[in-house]
Design a protein around this ligand. Structure first.
Ligand code: DX5
Ligand code: ZN
Length: 217
């Protein structure tokens, strides 16, 4: 499949959020990535339901919601009610991951599982038959604008082999430090979805930045 682009609103101008979401609407982006942080799972707090609700009203692309929160089971249905099409939980935050993924599906959303840089993809073997997407964190979660961790390429290609050899239909998303300089190598390693925060919203021309990520040059 052609790769997808998911601009991360974490890097958007929150004083002009409506304008930023409309920019993404008019762009070649495929999804809108929304980072939810609770100050416990990660040392930062982003935004919650009231903001997501507004984004959902304006957005014309599917919301790709990435939960960096402990015990996400408490809130799954509320994220569905606030427009999440894809709901991704962190592997490290879920004691009963299979149950969480099943519940996301029961609520009518696609389910993703994110892994921190230190978490080996080998640990995902038994969740691959049940999930729609694996998100490889290529920085430590919590902040935008960090340096891409080079070891992520290897994780993506190992995971790609696991998915293909098992015959699973699972997308690979990569999140953190993605820009046009590494986008081609990431898709070449097997990534299907590229999340990009600062390389889009920090660009002089965000529409062009999205278009370049789509073209890979
Ligand atoms: C980090 C978030 C990312 C972040 C990426 O914890 O999950 O989605 O917004 O930002 P950049 O692309 O600037 O590294
Ligand atoms: Zn994210």
């Amino acid at each position: 499949m052609d790769h997808l682009i998911a601009p991360s609103l974490l890097a958007a101008d929150f004083g002009n959020l409506e304008k930023e979401v409309r920019m993404v609407n008019s762009s070649q982006a495929d999804w809108i990535h929304c980072d939810i942080m609770d100050g416990v799972f990660v040392p930062n707090i982003s935004f919650g339901f009231p903001v997501l609700e507004k984004v959902n009203k304006i957005a014309e692309k599917p919301l790709d919601v990435h939960l960096m929160i402990t015990d996400p089971d408490r809130f799954l249905s509320r994220f569905r009610d606030h427009g999440a099409a894809m709901l991704t939980v962190q592997y490290e935050a879920c004691i009963h991951l299979h149950r969480t993924v099943s519940e996301i599906h029961n609520l009518g959303m696609k389910a993703g599982v994110a892994v921190n840089p230190h978490t080996p993809v080998a640990l995902l073997e038994n969740i691959l038959p049940f999930t729609d997407m694996i998100l490889i964190m290529s920085v430590n979660p919590g902040f935008g604008g960090q340096k891409f961790i080079e070891e992520s390429y290897k994780k993506i290609s190992v995971l790609r082999k696991m998915i293909d050899s098992g015959g699973y239909s699972v997308m690979i998303e990569v999140d953190g430090g993605v820009d046009v300089s590494n986008a081609g190598k990431l898709t070449g390693s097997g990534a299907d979805v590229l999340v990009a925060g600062n390389s889009v919203f920090g660009a002089k021309d965000p529409l062009e930045a999205i278009s370049r990520l789509k073209r890979l040059y």
